[in-house]
Write a protein that binds this ligand. Sequence first.
Ligand SMILES: [Fe+2]
Length: 305
Amino acid sequence: MITSLAYFGATSPSYKDWEAFGPEVLGAQLVEPGPDGAVRLRFDEVAYRMAIHPGEKNAVAYVGWATTGERDVQDLVERIEAYGLAVNRATPEEAAVRKVIGYYWFVDLAGIRHELAWGQMRSRTAFLPGRPISGFRTGDQGLGHVVFAVPDLEKSDQFYRDVMGFHLSDTVIDGPIHAHFYHVNGRHHSLAVARAPGDKAAFLHLMLELNSLEDVGTGLDLCEEKKVPITRTLGCHTNDKMTSFYLHSPSAFRIEYGWGGLEVDDLWIPRYYDRTSTWGHRHQHNEISPFLEIEADSQAPATAS
Ligand SMILES: [Fe+2]
């Protein structure tokens, strides 16, 4: 059973820029680099939750999901295999790089590499934010949420719900936008998928939630000072009530930086909305590369270690 978004990995020619951007803008803690030189960032008591690997393209390398353990994950692996996708088990060496006890990985129909991990390592030292913030809302809710655009929304929706076991929180249909939001814990959504305009999947954003609105406000000030492009202005979402803004990361993908996300429980009944935001969240003209490419070749990101 999947319990949260555990970690996130991308490749990028500008991976080194994250050494400053991660701590100074996001407030993450820079930790020891990976064996390939990947810049690794810590957000809480977990050893690290984000790795930006050196690579020729800005691309999502993998999305790491926490599971309840090696024994429990077998059912999930069987369902994915029965669906027709090949599931691979990471070697102990590969697992050590992710700082987990073990993981399975597979590439879904949209081309996204998912890792099903257990035993994510905790750090022995306290989290030390890179700038003075109250911290990230993680814990049982995991790193945050990821949002993808997928070419076949119906098929992906069926896969994420029936095979991977995500629970639908709500659906937003707003003009050309058609998106489903899914939860696996108290966080309103850990994964969302929108209909892609073309036949290619794309990565839309990674959301990081802060413990205070002040952290979001000072982050917004910092982006203006450091000329980090804001891709969506401060606003509040209709469905998860997140007060947030979106910024352009050094690797072209967007980060939603927010506070105040709604919590859901087991009795949650899916809702429907015709708007994504109640106020704000205006798209900015400076929006660059709104879509991050997902490597079609599953072997390429697999080598990111
Ligand atoms: Fe979001």
